[in-house]
Design a protein around this ligand. Structure first.
Ligand SMILES: [Zn+2]
Ligand SMILES: [Zn+2]
Length: 198
């Protein structure tokens, strides 16, 4: 069954023998999320590089689909970029390395990353990432989506000077998470990863 079929019926009720009904809620799509393309195409294929435009200022995050119970996203790191250590007390995460390499920083022991590796992380485990010279593309599945304001930022980060951005305008590194942050007004930047304004 493809996504466009799911959109047709707000709820699909499967009546099983004995009168048990299974509820199958429709997937909510947010404007700008990658999942939006399924409404038009139904089926979709791509490589991570085509979906995430790397920028030298900070790592990028592109949401795929999100709801109260989940958050699927792609992350793209250029060479030697950092996602500063942080903790989600309320959300576990599954990360699959789509391409590239680097290190996952979990507890005391960094885990070397290579294409195809999967990492599971329980809620409340501090974590961060550092990409290697070849960059890094990750698929991240967070269950549930971390609640607004629940994340703690465990590593003092630093920003970078504004540069001309291939995405639009100018951008800098978020000093809180290391994420790509676009210029939204004269001197205000907004992080696309953690929504920090600075
Ligand atoms: Zn940029
Ligand atoms: Zn940030």
């Amino acid at each position: 069954m493809i996504a466009s079929t799911l959109r047709t019926y707000p709820r699909l009720r499967l009546h099983l023998q004995g009168g048990v009904a299974l509820m199958w809620p429709v997937i909510e799509r947010k404007i700008g999320d990658l999942s939006e393309v399924l409404d038009n195409l139904g089926v979709f294929r791509s490589s991570p590089e085509e979906l995430v435009a790397i920028c030298p200022s900070g790592f990028r995050r592109v949401p795929i689909a999100q709801g109260p119970g989940y958050y699927l996203s792609l992350q793209g790191f250029g060479a030697d970029q950092v996602a500063f250590a942080h903790t989600h007390p309320d959300s576990e995460e599954w990360v699959i390395v789509l391409k590239g390499g680097g290190r996952a920083l979990l507890a005391e022991n960094p885990i070397p990353l290579k294409t195809g590796l999967m990492i599971g992380r329980g809620a409340a485990h501090p974590h961060g990432f550092v990409s290697g010279g070849e960059g890094l593309y990750l698929l991240s599945v967070q269950l549930p989506r971390p609640a607004e304001g629940s994340t703690t930022w465990d590593q003092p980060g630093e920003t970078s000077d504004p540069i001309d951005c291939a995405v639009a305008g100018t951008c800098r590194r978020c000093p809180r998470c290391g994420g790509h942050s676009l210029n939204v007004t004269a001197s205000l930047f907004l992080c696309e990863n953690c929504a920090w304004e600075f």
